[in-house]
Design a protein around this ligand. Structure first.
Ligand code: AMP
Length: 217
């Protein structure tokens, strides 16, 4: 089973990908996480990507396609992948189709987690993650059970993304509408697009996504 999660920044793709990963043994492939790791490592790709990410724009198709191409060859994807934040342009979607075909894999669904822009700023500016295990939290919607302590690993180190600020969010939403939204008709035309209402609470969105995955039998 290979899934693409579509939807605006802050719409819940990463949170939900982690939940589906746990339940179905699929592997979350987040190009945002991979690029942040490249930035942290100080690699050539990281240096090229950093300024673009800080500005809320999209990194070049060439860079992200190369990252995914290499990742898809690794052996841990036997049960399948959840693409989170990739593809983000029609050129990336076409490249993904070609890569999947070349590697003998199939894309089962593209699922839009639909969230109107009005929700996004609050969602993004309130979110933070555990610096040690990456568990996600939110100032309003999902606080740790014990303040200052990660529920999953007990760490007291939390991080916020440098691009999770009001100005950059606006740019990221613009990029979403201009460059990524055209992927909705791209997948719909071939009957692969499913829609989930991303304004529901986290557990309800998970249930709706599971219903889609389970519908594949
Ligand atoms: P995300 O973690 O998915 O919100 O991505 C954070 C940032 O990484 C984006 O705002 C882009 O600058 C960059 N990025 C992540 N995935 C892609 C992609 N598929 N194509 C281009 N840029 C990307």
């Amino acid at each position: 089973m290979n899934l693409v999660l579509l939807g605006p920044p802050g719409g819940g793709k990463g949170t939900q990908a982690k939940r589906l990963q746990e339940k179905y043994g699929l592997v979350q492939l987040s190009t945002g996480d991979m690029l942040r790791a490249a930035v942290a490592s100080g690699s050539e790709v990281g240096r090229r990507a950093k300024a673009v990410m800080d500005a809320g724009q999209l990194v070049s198709d060439e860079i992200v396609i190369a990252i995914i191409d290499e990742r898809l060859d690794q052996p841990d994807l036997a049960k399948g992948a959840i693409f989170d934040g990739f593809p983000r342009t029609v050129a990336q979607a076409e490249a993904l189709d070609a890569m999947m075909e070349r590697k003998g894999k199939k894309l089962d669904f593209a699922i839009e987690i639909r969230v109107p822009d009005a929700y996004i700023v609050e969602r993004i500016t309130g979110r933070f993650t555990c610096g040690k295990c990456g568990a996600g939290y939110h100032d309003t919607f999902q606080q740790p059970k014990i303040a200052g302590t990660c529920d999953s690993c007990g760490s007291s180190e939390f991080v916020r993304r440098p691009d999770d600020n009001v100005e950059t969010v606006t740019k990221r939403l613009e990029a979403y509408h201009a460059q990524t939204a055209p992927l909705l008709p791209y997948y719909d035309k071939r009957g692969a697009l499913k829609l989930v209402d991303g304004t529901m609470d986290i557990a309800e969105v998970t249930r709706a996504l599971e219903a889609v995955v389970d519908s594949a039998g």
